[in-house]
Design a binder for this molecule. Structure first.
Ligand code: CMC
Length: 341
């Protein structure tokens, strides 16, 4: 329902405040988000100085940490202060990603446009022209679908950090670090890499069978919780189809559908189906988003989900401190270094 009727801003409000906003509340919230998009000048300058080749997820970690130093609410830990910090981070992350992309491409940065919504503004800052309404809406839906997803690894990382009574910005940085990995958010960019490696429809089946034979993970499949088709992937697949037809370029979608067919045939009985990362990359590709920005875009969407879980948990906080099962030898002598072999 949210993907059908909501916007990223409205979904963010719902996640942060636990209820859908009234018209006035949504207007006020969206205006706040638009006002908070700008980056501190020093962060903007720093983005120009950063080396051009690290993975943009590493840049995002650095820039989110850096921006936190200039946050006027930095030292506030009351609910209102934390909420302002959260809305600021969620609003600034798209600007960080777009600015970094412009600077590494040797282009002038394009400041946010306060007339545009969250999704449309990101595409605008990235491409320097206002996106078609339809494409902005598809991107908005992709952001909604990624905004929250229970206790996934990155949300858990954020909550572990926040549970020590560290600050929300540090929690978000922990989450970005966890999302980067290829078993989590990093899978989306690898799916496109795989589609390129396969290259044509007739090679897809052999590629998948070979991957399974050598026990290599096929990116964009499987999920710790879903043992069925990820509902988010179904929606993204529809848009991947739609955009492939619109741009009359069906190579990726055809290879993707073949991979899906073979994977479900081979591993469906084990509960392995496409997850959210499988078709999102094709959608982003047609929206003109560079491949190495797919995971940062996931972070941009998920930031509000991370923050919502942290805020919910810390109202009645207890530090996360699991115990480990020790499986080594029971007693080990301390051997002086000169006697060790
Ligand atoms: N390709 C091939 N085999 C797979 C895959 C896959 N993508 N995923 C799971 N399996 C097999 C796995 O080899 C194992 O087989 P066996 O029982 O014979 O040893 C079985 O399915 C269960 O796998 P698991 O590793 O126990 O499952 P898990 O719940 O620990 O891992 C996962 C979940 C998402 C890490 C895993 O499915 C995977 O590595 N997927 C590929 C990466 C990916 O697409 N990640 C995105 C996850 S969803 C969105 C997000 O969080 O970003």
């Amino acid at each position: 329902m949210l993907a059908k009727y909501s916007t990223y801003e409205e979904t963010s409000y719902l996640l942060l405040y636990g209820e859908l906003p009234t018209k006035e509340a949504l207007e006020e919230f969206s205006t706040k988000m638009r006002r908070l998009r700008d980056l501190p000048k020093k962060v903007e300058d720093c983005l120009r100085e950063l080396p051009p080749h690290p993975h943009p997820m590493d840049i995002l970690k650095v820039a989110v940490s850096h921006a936190a130093l200039y946050d006027p609410d930095r030292l506030r830990c009351c609910r209102e202060g934390v909420m302002r910090k959260v809305i600021r981070i969620v609003s600034q992350i798209p600007t960080i990603i777009a600015y970094y992309h412009q600077t590494r491409s040797g282009q002038e940065i394009i400041p946010p446009d306060p007339e545009l919504g969250h999704a449309a503004n990101f595409l605008y800052m990235l491409h320097g022209k206002k996106p078609e309404e339809e494409e902005a809406r598809i991107f908005d839906i992709a952001l909604i679908l990624h905004a929250e997803h229970g206790l996934n690894a990155s949300t858990f990382a954020a909550m572990v950090t926040a549970s020590t009574l560290s600050d929300i910005n540090s929690a978000i940085v922990s989450a970005i670090s966890a999302l980067k990995g290829s078993l989590h958010g990093g899978a989306n960019e690898r799916v496109l890499k795989m589609l390129d490696e396969i290259g044509s429809l007739d090679k897809a089946e052999k590629y998948v069978l070979n991957a399974l034979r050598v026990k290599r993970r096929v990116m964009g499949f499987g999920h710790r919780v879903y043992k069925t088709y990820d509902p988010r992937a179904r929606i993204l697949k529809e848009y991947a189809e739609y955009l492939s037809n619109k741009y009359n370029d069906r190579k990726y979608i055809e290879i993707g559908k073949k991979i899906e067919e073979v994977m479900i045939r081979e591993l469906g009985k084990k509960g392995i189906f496409p997850n959210v990362d499988f078709y999102s990359g094709i959608v982003y590709h047609f929206l003109g988003i560079p491949r190495d920005l797919f995971t940062p875009v996931f972070a941009m969407a998920r930031s509000v989900g991370w923050a919502a879980h942290v805020c919910e948990y810390t109202t009645n906080n207890r530090i996360f401190r699991p115990r480990a099962y020790y499986i080594g030898p029971e007693y080990v002598e301390y051997v002086p270094i000169e006697k060790r072999r």
